[in-house]
Design a protein around this ligand. Structure first.
Ligand SMILES: Cc1cc2nc3c(=O)[nH]c(=O)nc-3n(C[C@H](O)[C@H](O)[C@H](O)COP(=O)(O)O)c2cc1C
Length: 217
């Protein structure tokens, strides 16, 4: 697949079908993502690919914590929307406004239900960094994640990068025996996009290039 096609066709999938992903495909995607650049080639991250019964156990605990009203508490702090830049706040508002239109009046329940079930992802790639990591490693981990999602697209696999996957780190920690000095930074869900799911009607736009780029000649 052409890289432009992969960039244009990768979008967040918020409900996956029950079709499982072959292990060889998961290995191929991770291996491709390893081509991502990193500070002095430090490759500071670890990837934990979770499927099968372990994933079911995490999914059940996640749903339970959501049902009992537990607040998310990811290893990375979450900043209040009002503290973001004006540009970022405008973009977030525009995206949020569009959801009611594309999903319908029940959008909050539909999105909440999908999130509670971890989007029915058939594999989740948890990305971690060692305690005391350099802030540059966050850049590297993001690059790894994007490479992974593009490689997935090329392999016919859709993806979902989501805070939701790491909102209750303890459910992940004890299910995969994560060491205490490994920080859970991000989770990427993988699977096959369910074309019938209302939650998958959510779309997003991007700023025109002249509103976020300045050329200095
Ligand atoms: C770090 C990060 C965390 C995200 N967390 C969530 C989430 O918890 N729930 C959600 O519905 N979408 C989440 N998203 C998906 C974004 O909403 C989505 O990427 C954005 O709206 C752009 O849409 P697109 O990915 O479909 O192009 C997250 C994306 C990123 C990069």
């Amino acid at each position: 697949m052409d890289v432009y096609q992969a960039l244009n066709e990768r979008h967040a999938t918020r409900w996956f079908t029950d079709q499982q992903i072959p292990k060889a495909t998961l290995e191929k995607i991770i291996s491709a993502a390893e081509e991502a650049p990193s500070w002095v080639n430090s490759q500071p991250y670890q990837a934990h690919v979770v499927t099968g019964e372990t994933l079911q156990s995490i999914r059940q605990e996640h749903q339970h914590l959501g049902d009992v009203g537990e607040n998310g508490h990811a290893d990375l702090p979450v900043m209040a929307r009002s503290d973001w830049s004006a540009q970022a706040q405008n973009n977030m508002q525009a995206w949020s406004d569009g959801i009611a239109q594309s999903v319908g009046p029940d959008w909050q329940k539909i999105m909440g239900d999908a999130a509670g079930k971890l989007y029915n992802a058939q594999a989740i790639v948890y990305l971690t960094l060692p305690e005391g990591y350099s802030e540059w490693s966050l850049y590297d981990l993001g690059a790894f994640g994007m490479a992974l999602m593009l490689a997935a697209k090329d392999a016919g696999i859709d993806s979902m990068p989501a805070y939701q996957f790491v909102s209750f780190p303890e459910e992940v920690r004890h299910n995969i025996q994560l060491e205490n000095d490994e920080k859970l930074i991000m989770g990427i869900g993988l699977g096959y996009h369910d074309t019938k799911a209302a939650v998958n009607r959510i779309t997003s736009t991007r700023l025109p290039i002249d509103q976020m780029t300045t050329f200095h000649d």
